[in-house]
Ligand binder design. Sequence first.
Ligand code: FRU
Length: 500
Amino acid sequence: MTSQILREARKYEEASEKLIKKEERPAFHLSTRTGWMNDPNGFSYYNGKYHMFYQYNPYETKWGPMHWGHAVSSDLLHWEYLPAVLAPDEDYDGDGGCFSGSALTLPDGRQLLMYTGVRREHQTNTIVRDIQTQCLAVGDGVDYEKYEANPVLDETDLPEGSSRFDFRDPKMWQNTNGTYNCVVGNCRTDGDGQVLLFHSEDGFHWEFQKILVSNNHRFGRMWECPDFFQLDGKWVLLTSPQDMLPQGFEYHNGNGTLCLIGEYNEKTGDFTEQKNQSVDYGIDFYAPQTMLAPDGRRIMIGWMQNWDATNLSAPEERLWFGQMSLPRELSIKNGRLYQRPVRELDELRRNKVVHKNVTFSGITRLDGINGRRIDMELTLRAEDKEKLYQKFAVRFAQNDTYHTAISFRPLESILKVDRKFSGTRRAIVHQRRSLVDSSDGELKLRIILDRFSVEIFVNDGEQVMSATLYTDPKIDGISFFADGNVTMDVVKYDLVTEED
Ligand code: FRU
């Protein structure tokens, strides 16, 4: 039975989606059907399609009472919207809404969703706090029914010293023996993040197993949106810490994305950390979620936004706010998390333009190199290894007034993305620097542009930098700059979707 609140949301989204033209949205990145989108939720493969749900407020381009929006795709790049599946319509989720969560397929073929229900509790006359619990819904890929015994995890399931106000974002998976586990983001009552591990025999009855990882005041405070999976013989914990302090070029201020790589004992639930790194070194990336594709690939999608800029970055007249990153295939190489755009993107490539061994200094433009929906690979080398160039830059989304730049200083091994001339009128973060692996002035960049974003894959996916852009999508110039002699290869394709 769909509630009145969900029926209204479904009616509203269907009508207001029509007010947004295709060319006013990203072409191959999933954006909200209407209103507001944040975290990816329930990313899964179900009944022959990829499913993506998302944190959704259909009524405004601002965060608000959380629904779950829904879209499906066969290639992770062309998405079709389906009706919203969850709305804040029960005692346990009616105030704050249905926060982030995950999906899996039950043995009987139904899809199980687990999400965080948020309700308000009056502590005193003036103090109201959110109480967060984990809840279930079961469905067929279109309609979902909330479980009658919700919530299935609440404060009584928490280990001592854990906060019941910050207890959210369950990510479930099925173990090889058919039982289930989930990780949930939490913090101690002193605000320090931790990830909790829960166990279930049937997906419906859950019990606390152990604290999987404790922050110990290393990376920000509360840890949101954990994900935990096996990859190339290791186990990977992804989580998104709030309130980070910067650490060198690895972690930046604010909301970050953390990757811990280690060993996991499935019997005891012990996780031994070995390495840590950022997931994305750009400006806009948060709360990623992964899924295991039928062909065995581990694919990750993040929310391509920065919480601290949300109410400032979008033009007021726009009827949508929020888009996802490109889906990225994950692997581990040399102890690091590598990310590559999903190979399905290759199918969108058209109009190949190649320039090999272009040696230049100063400003240059190249025949056929422009565009705003493109896949461009740059391979850089110093013309003279004894005398490295000082700086290389590529500028795109460029005309006489606007441009966004990616620049590289080989002597410092620093790569920078800078969108301050992208048309923004707000004093939000516009630049970010990352330390990259380079010697002798060599560097490989794969730059993917969609109408409202840039994603830079460095050295075949060793690092990624993502940023949203607000430059008019018709502005499509590209130029190159070098201080000193740079030799580069350029391979560029247009990325063409069915709407073209
Ligand atoms: C992360 C987050 C989650 C929460 C959701 C609410 O971006 O804060 O922790 O479930 O957004 O929309």
